[in-house]
Design a protein around this ligand. Structure first.
Ligand SMILES: CC(C)(COP(=O)(O)OP(=O)(O)OC[C@H]1O[C@@H](n2cnc3c(N)ncnc32)[C@H](O)[C@@H]1OP(=O)(O)O)[C@@H](O)C(=O)NCCC(=O)NCCS
Length: 302
């Protein structure tokens, strides 16, 4: 199936109202259309500081917001082609997450969106649900390219997207509307022909590396990611691994080091984080990550 016209897109979406997508991974039973019974779960899940910080969900989020989404926005999206949303549920049909496609076009493209309820986070739910949604979008809807966008610093979302096979493409300036402003965003793409999911070295980059007087700690917090984003060139904003280079005694972070990967090749980049930083931190960070990338990850480095 392939989309050529808006009518093709709408024909595919007409079936989506009945679509149930089996998942069977990470405790996600299936993806199905949102129903009014989901509303209490949506209210509990979306009244969450993390969701408010990174998404456009109303904050605070009440029952009327949930019902508006379930009874008006989601069904209308299927009719006018603007959106298709699924609730990811567990075996007992309780809400775990929502995944969605937005900005669908007759060119066969769409953006993805997702959130996971706080009680279901960090056990692979979003990755499994996004992966299933993407397969369905390619195989049943006939889309050819999906785009993920997230506010710079949303590391959990980045890892979800790359875990589902999306290939990072860098930072877009003023690429996303967020709470009345256009802000910089990370973006990544998945095309129908991509292997699913790509073999990603990212999980193996979440290690501490000892380097003599320096200790390299993987950066996972959004605040630290923003510091790294400011210190490193824009092209380095979607690294496979990111480390703070800390003085092993005082714990002070003097540099950040990034590992960039494309296929089986890697590049290492280090930069001091402040004017008072020890100038030996950045070269030490580069040397340590280069060693690790070559020996543990098997990457070719220039
Ligand atoms: C982003 C979000 C959907 C991830 O949901 P999740 O179900 O916890 O994700 P998963 O368990 O599938 O984890 C995906 C990856 O993110 C990582 N991750 C999850 N939460 C993280 C956190 N708080 N900090 C750092 N990494 C995190 C996981 O370790 C995993 O990476 P790995 O595969 O390399 O180990 C969830 O944090 C959320 O709902 N956030 C608020 C809404 C939001 O940001 N939506 C996306 C907007 S673009």
């Amino acid at each position: 199936m392939r989309i050529d016209t808006h009518a093709d897109l709408l024909a595919g979406l007409a079936d989506a109202a009945e679509a149930v997508i089996p998942v069977g991974a990470a405790g996600v039973h299936q993806l199905r259309q949102p129903t009014p019974a989901d509303a209490p779960g949506f209210v509990l899940a979306c009244n969450d500081a993390t969701a408010a910080r990174w998404t456009e969900l109303p904050a605070p989020y009440d029952h009327s917001h949930a019902m508006d989404f379930i009874e008006r926005m989601a069904p209308r999206g299927l009719v006018d082609g603007s959106m298709v949303a699924f609730t990811a549920t567990d075996e007992t049909d309780d809400v775990l997450a929502v995944v969605s496609l937005h900005r669908l076009t007759s060119d066969g493209t769409a953006d993805v969106g997702f959130w996971t309820a706080p009680w279901a986070r960090r056990r692979g739910v979003a990755t499994a649900a996004l992966h299933a949604l993407a397969r369905w979008a390619f195989e049943h809807l006939g889309l050819r390219r999906l785009t993920w966008r997230a506010l710079v610093g949303n590391i959990a979302s980045l890892h979800t997207a790359t875990g589902a096979g999306f290939v990072p493409a860098g930072t877009q300036r003023a690429g996303l509307r967020h709470r009345e402003a256009y802000v910089n965003c990370w973006h990544a793409c998945l095309v129908a022909a991509d292997p699913q999911p790509v073999d990603d070295v990212r999980p193996r980059c979440a290690v501490e590396i000892a380097a003599g007087a320096w200790q390299l700690q993987p950066i996972v917090a959004a605040e630290d990611a923003l510091v790294a984003e400011a210190a490193l060139p824009v092209s380095a904003c979607l690294p496979a691994g990111l480390w703070a280079v800390r003085d092993a005694v005082t714990g002070h972070a003097d540099a950040v080091t990034a590992l960039l990967v494309a296929d089986d090749r890697g590049w290492v980049l280090s930069v001091e984080t402040g004017a008072q930083s020890d100038p030996s931190a950045a070269p030490a960070g580069s040397a340590a990550v280069t060693r690790y990338a070559r020996r543990a990850l098997g990457l070719q480095l220039p």
